[in-house]
Design a protein around this ligand. Sequence first.
Ligand code: GRF
Length: 199
Amino acid sequence: ARLVVLVSGSGSNLQALLDACADPAYGARVVAVGADRDGIAGLDRAAAAGVPTFVERVRDHADRADWDRALTAQVAEHKPDLVISAGFLKLVGTDFLASFGDRYLNTHNSLLPAFPGIHGPRDALAYGVKLAGATLFFVDAGVDTGPIIAQVAVPVLPDDVEETLTERIKEAERRQLVDSVGRLVREGWTITGRKVTIP
Ligand code: GRF
């Protein structure tokens, strides 16, 4: 199966996928990595693995819809079976979702529907929850609202600060991403309403 991965930052989730794809039995390969900005470690990781990259910056476009069309075209060129947002910090628009909405997934660092948005671990700590975690879901038109594929929980420890909790979540998150993407590409999936079924 062909994976296109979108990143905006360090790309540790991308790296976990690249490592998993090195085993032919995994059943997938990363055919391209896209970003919304230059100069990020995620692009370096792709280059180091010999994977083609592209960058589509919002400010190079007349408006957000134009950017969305350009991003959609870039991704479509690589004919992905799955598109994975792994720390990609932009919300895609209607064109992108029309093309990839049934195969665009995102990994988020909270147990949704709690703590959507870009500060999952910080918000979990501030609230005082005792379990935090990560959610893998199919992206819909909302913010962190789509049908859930998998969730993993980790404890919040008494002396946690944002960095320690973030790292504990990310370790579990990477494993979940690799396991779930592997199952999706090898076994397929159906989405019925909010229910995701992997046969
Ligand atoms: C992940 O924890 C993801 O949930 C959040 O940003 C992080 C991306 O990390 N949205 P990385 O770039 O894969 O290291």
